[in-house]
Design a protein around this ligand. Structure first.
Ligand code: FMN
Length: 192
C-alpha cells in the first residue's frame, strides 16, 4: 500500500447472506480501480470500532430492506455513529448506499433515502448510481444492468425462497460491482 492509496469501507448488514453478496460485489468493484482498496465490514463488528471508518476516504452503506427501511441492526450502527456526527468525523468523505429485498420494489427507495440523509447528516458527499435504468423496454430483460431502475444507489432483488448462492442474480451483482468502481473513481478524484 502506497501513501496515495485510497480506502473505501463497505459497511453492511445481512441477516441471511443476500445483502452480503451485494456488499462483496461492491467491494470487488472498489478494488478493481487502481490505487483504491476496499475494507468490507459487517455492522456487528463496527459499532465499537468507528475509527476504522474515520480513517477511510469513503464509506458505502449497505442494508437489506426490512419492513420498508434499513434493518434494525443497521439502524443500531447509524445511532452508534452519533458521536462521530457530533465531531463531524466523517465530513467530506465520499458516500454511497445499496440495498436488497425480496420484492421487485419492496420499498427499497426508502432505505436508500434513509442512507443518503444519514450521509448528509455526517457532511458526506453522496454519489448516486450513475446508470440508466435497465429492463424497461420491450427489448429489456432481467439480465440488464440496473434492472431495478435505481438512481440514488444500487438496488438488488433476491427471491424470498432462493439462497444467497443464486440471489441476488448476476445482473444485480454486476450493477453493485460497477457502483463500487464508480465510488472508487469518485474518491480518487475527490481526495486527490
Ligand atoms: C424482518 C424482515 C422484513 C422484510 N421486509 C421486506 C420489505 O419491506 N420489502 C421487501 O421487499 N422484502 C422484505 N424482506 C425480505 C428481505 O429483504 C429479503 O429476504 C432479503 O434478501 C434479505 O437480505 P439478507 O439475506 O441480506 O438479510 C424482509 C425480510 C425480513 C426478515
Amino acid at each position: 500500500m502506497t501513501d496515495n492509496m485510497k480506502k473505501i469501507v463497505v459497511v453492511y448488514h445481512s441477516g441471511y447472506g443476500h445483502t452480503k453478496v451485494q456488499a462483496e460485489s461492491v467491494a470487488e468493484g472498489v478494488g478493481s480501480i487502481e490505487g483504491v482498496e476496499a475494507d468490507l465490514i459487517a455492522v456487528e463488528d463496527v459499532t465499537d470500532d468507528l475509527e476504522r471508518l474515520a480513517e477511510a476516504d469513503g464509506i458505502v452503506f449497505g442494508s437489506p430492506t426490512y419492513m420498508g427501511s434499513v434493518s434494525a441492526q443497521f439502524k443500531t450502527f447509524m445511532d452508534a455513529s452519533s458521536g462521530k456526527w457530533a465531531e463531524q468525523g466523517w465530513a467530506n468523505k465520499i458516500a454511497g448506499g445499496f440495498t436488497n429485498s425480496a420484492a421487485q420494489n419492496g420499498d427499497k427507495l426508502n432505505t436508500l433515502i434513509q442512507m443518503s440523509i444519514f450521509a448528509a447528516q455526517h457532511g458526506m458527499v453522496w454519489v448516486g448510481l450513475g446508470m440508466l435504468p435497465g429492463n424497461h423496454t420491450n427489448d429489456g430483460s432481467e439480465e440488464d444492468l440496473n434492472r431495478m431502475g435505481a438512481t440514488l444507489g444500487a438496488m438488488a432483488q433476491s427471491n424470498a425462497d432462493a439462497g444467497p448462492d443464486v440471489a441476488p442474480p448476476s445482473s444485480d451483482r454486476e450493477t453493485a460491482r460497477l457502483y463500487g468502481a464508480r465510488i472508487a473513481e469518485a474518491a480518487k478524484r475527490w481526495a486527490a
